[in-house]
Ligand binder design. Structure first.
Ligand SMILES: Cc1ncc(C[n+]2csc(CCOP(=O)(O)OP(=O)(O)O)c2C)c(N)n1
Length: 360
């Protein structure tokens, strides 16, 4: 939890220094939900989450250096710098990705679970999404099929109280989110998402039910994000007092205090762990900064699977294997490109035959 917290604080700083481009969604405050749930997984289980997924990646075992390099858009990033903050992916650690489309990961999770079932493997998929995502059509569609086909999947709705700037009671008719799957045949459970041990225990129960009874479960983790939705959020939809109230339940402070009180950890050890974690994150930043940017020549690499892994015409369009229009711009004379002509002051109106060719 400490690694996630210190990592994300530094990521926020690096964003302000323009080392990181695009969007950056921090999960500061949600660490107990992330760690409690992912640590309940077996190595062979699958995890899939959203665009707020740096913590999930780290908790699943990805190297902080490579996660930071991904945020920086560098070649040594987890996805060679192509995914960025919202699209972490680590197949080796069975982290099946962050996704920018709200609710888009639910059907994919059902797909992983169906594959495990089909191959008669003992794996379970844990799918995490936000309270806002529970309003998407994909939610109902996925719950229905998961229940109908008895898929080994645990859905975890991370109820951090807001979908962007809209409070739960203003975006969902049913605010008791653990009940939201019941009408589809998916029973619910709830955990205190600010309490790492409670989250772990409840997720263990849910995973066991999914694995052994082939019964999908919906777990609601009740938590809070301390920072804005993304880095560009003026946070006008909530009061400072509300944030302060939740901050009293900071999972790092609460769990750290519990460990000290139980004699598991001394105060000095607690400080030492924090210092070591900060140094670890410093190394991740130095690594990311030293890694080169991908070359513009590699822009089209890794977009389609063109090898033996995927067979059939949908891998390479065998009917028209030559480059399609717009696919091979680099090979064209730049002056021939439409935007080059426009820049040169040419009219945007097209000759009749060119317009006809477009329609074709
Ligand atoms: C299909 C779709 N609609 C809208 C958006 C814009 N959007 C990005 S995040 C977000 C809020 C989602 O809230 P929630 O599911 O509660 O997750 P949280 O951000 O709180 O983790 C919205 C509406 C999107 N990315 N995808």
């Amino acid at each position: 939890m400490l690694l996630i917290r210190r990592f994300e604080e530094r990521a926020g700083e690096m964003y302000a220094k323009a080392k990181i481009g695009g969007f950056l969604h921090l999960a500061i405050g949600e660490e107990a939900t992330i760690v409690g749930s992912t640590r309940a997984l077996r190595d062979q289980d699958y995890l899939i989450s959203t665009y707020r997924s740096h913590g999930h990646t780290l908790a699943r075992g990805s190297e902080p250096e490579r996660v930071m390099a991904e945020l920086f858009g560098r070649v040594d990033g987890l996805c060679n710098g192509r995914g960025g903050s919202m699209h972490m992916f680590d197949l080796q650690n069975r982290f099946m990705g962050g996704y920018g489309i709200v609710g888009g990961n639910l059907p994919l999770a059902a797909g992983f679970a169906l594959a495990s079932d089909y191959l008669e493997r003992d794996e379970v998929t844990l799918c995490q999404f936000g309270d806002g995502a529970s309003n998407q059509g994909t939610f109902g569609e996925t719950m229905n099929l998961a229940a109908l086909w008895r898929l080994p999947v645990v859905f975890m709705v991370t109820n951090n109280q807001f979908g962007m700037g809209t409070a739960l009671e203003r975006h969902s008719a049913v605010t008791d989110l653990m009940r939201k799957g019941e009408g589809f045949g998916v029973p619910g459970m709830r955990c205190d998402g600010m309490d790492v041990a409670d989250t772990y225990n409840v997720t263990c129960d849910a995973l066991r039910i999914a694995r052994e009874e082939r019964q999908p479960v919906l777990v609601e983790a009740v938590t809070y994000r301390f920072r804005g939705h993304s880095m560009a959020d003026p946070e006008e939809y909530r009061t400072k007092e509300q944030v302060d109230e939740w901050r009293k339940r900071d999972p790092l402070t609460v769990f750290g205090d519990q460990l000290v009180a139980a004699g598991v950890l001394g105060e000095d050890e607690r400080e030492a762990i924090d210092r070591e974690t900060i140094e670890r994150v410093d190394r991740a930043v130095a690594f990311a900064d030293a890694s080169p940017h991908p070359s513009p020549n590699d822009l089209y690499d890794d977009i389609y699977v063109l090898g033996e892994q995927v067979r059939g015409w949908y891998s390479v369009d065998e009917r028209t294997p030559t480059p399609h229009r717009g696919e091979d711009e680099s090979a064209m004379d730049r002056a021939e490109l439409p935007h080059a002509a426009e820049h040169a002051g040419a009219t945007t109106a097209k000759p009749a035959d060119a317009a006809q060719a477009d329609e074709d």
